[in-house]
Design a protein around this ligand. Structure first.
Ligand SMILES: *[C@@H]1O[C@H](CO)[C@@H](O)[C@H](O)[C@H]1NC(C)=O
Length: 181
C-alpha cells in the first residue's frame, strides 16, 4: 500500500478539488475554441500580477488541438520591446472544458465562450504549500473589446472569489517585432 503520495499528485488533487465548482461552457467545443485570441483583460490574486498589472499589455494566445484533443497553448507577452514566448500543454480532464497543465500545476476551465468573439477562462495555480492563485481572463478574437464584454467579465470576477481591484484591462500592443523564447 502506498503511504505517501508524491507532492505533485497532492497538489493536483487539491487543485482539482478547488476547481470543481467552476462552471464551464455547456456543450463546449475545443475545435471551435482553438485559434488565436488576445488577452483583453485579466483579474488575479497572484501577488506578482498585482504588482505589475498596470504596466501590462495584451498578450496573444494561439491554441491548437493535439491528436489527443489536448490544448497546445502558445503565448506571446509583450515585454519591453520584445515578445516573450511561453508554451503550455493543457491536457483534457474528465470534464469537457476543463484542462490541467500538470507540470505547471495549472488548472483551467473555459467558463463561457461564443467562440467567435470572446471567451472567459478561469485558471488556478498551486505552488507548493502556498495558497492557490486564481486568475480570470477575458479572451477576445479582435484586439478591441466592447464595453458589454468588459461588463460581463466584471460580473464574473466576484463569482470566483476575486475583487474588482484585481482587474487589469490590458491595452493593445503593437506586434512584437522580435520574439524571444
Ligand atoms: C485567491 O483566491 C482564491 C479564491 O477566493 C482563494 O482560494 C485563494 O486562497 C486566493 N489566493 C491568494 C494567494 O490570495
Amino acid at each position: 500500500m502506498m503511504v505517501t503520495l508524491p507532492s505533485l499528485a497532492l497538489a493536483l488533487l487539491s487543485l482539482l478539488r478547488a476547481g470543481a465548482e467552476v462552471p464551464v461552457q455547456s456543450s463546449f467545443s475545443a475545435e471551435k475554441f482553438a485559434g488565436t485570441w488576445h488577452i483583453a483583460a485579466a483579474a488575479s490574486n497572484c501577488s506578482v500580477f498585482l504588482k505589475i498589472k498596470d504596466g501590462m499589455k495584451s498578450a496573444t494566445i494561439t491554441i491548437s488541438l493535439t491528436p489527443e484533443d489536448d490544448l497546445d497553448m502558445k503565448l506571446v507577452w509583450p515585454m519591453l520591446d520584445k515578445g516573450q514566448k511561453f508554451e503550455l500543454l493543457f491536457q483534457r480532464s474528465g470534464q469537457t472544458g476543463h484542462y490541467v497543465a500538470a507540470q505547471e500545476k495549472k488548472d483551467m476551465h473555459v467558463m463561457e465562450t461564443d467562440y467567435s468573439h470572446y471567451a472567459i477562462v478561469h485558471q488556478l495555480q498551486q505552488n507548493g504549500q502556498e495558497r492557490p492563485r486564481t486568475a480570470l481572463q477575458l479572451l477576445t478574437r479582435e484586439q478591441d473589446v466592447t464595453p458589454q464584454l468588459l461588463q460581463r467579465f466584471k460580473e464574473l470576477i466576484p463569482t470566483v472569489g476575486l475583487t474588482k481591484d484585481m482587474l487589469a484591462v490590458l491595452p493593445k500592443s503593437d506586434h512584437c517585432t522580435e520574439v524571444i523564447s
